[in-house]
Ligand binder design. Structure first.
Ligand code: MG
Length: 159
């Protein structure tokens, strides 16, 4: 038995240096703003996983009203979501993601991001794919006001 999940996230860009995307820090002259470390890609993956198993969402699991979640490592949130999904009897088949950022160009970081995500999730790198898009210079992404990410994940019932 298989199920799919979909996740989406957006974070505003603001003053700061370094963007955390997919569990790695990419040098940049702006930073993503958020309650946690604002890792837009790991948040989308977390929601996709929870959605596949119908087990809630990231906002429910890690409310931004809880001081414990301030500055939280998104890899830790993803691991906890995975534990919940695994405990319900599901294992990851693969995931496919899109990251949208006008700058910096993400593609050269793809190998490192895939490696990191595979490591966090305990899957092979070939189970993780990532596409990078710009905003074509228009809209919040194109005007460098925000970065966004989507993820679909397939899970299967463990034998
Ligand atoms: Mg988020």
């Amino acid at each position: 038995m298989f199920r799919i999940g979909l996740g989406h996230d957006t974070h505003r860009l603001g003053p700061g240096t370094g963007l955390v995307i997919g569990g790695i820090t990419i040098p940049h002259d702006r930073a993503a703003i958020g309650h946690s470390d604002a890792d837009v890609l790991l948040h989308a993956i977390t929601d996709a996983l929870l959605g596949a198993a119908a087990l809630g969402d990231i906002g429910e699991m890690f409310p931004d009203t809880d001081p414990a979640n301030r500055g939280r490592d998104s890899a830790d949130m993803l691991r906890r979501a995975l534990e919940r999904v695994s405990a319900a009897g599901w294992r990851i088949v693969n995931l496919d993601c899109v990251i949208s950022a006008q700058r910096p160009r993400i593609l050269s970081h793809r190998p490192a991001i895939r490696r990191r995500i595979a490591e966090i999730l305990g899957v092979g790198e070939d189970a993780v794919w990532l596409k990078a898009k710009t905003g074509e210079g228009v809209g919040p992404v194109g005007e460098e006001l925000a970065v966004a990410a989507e993820c679909v994940v397939l899970v299967e019932r463990r034998a």
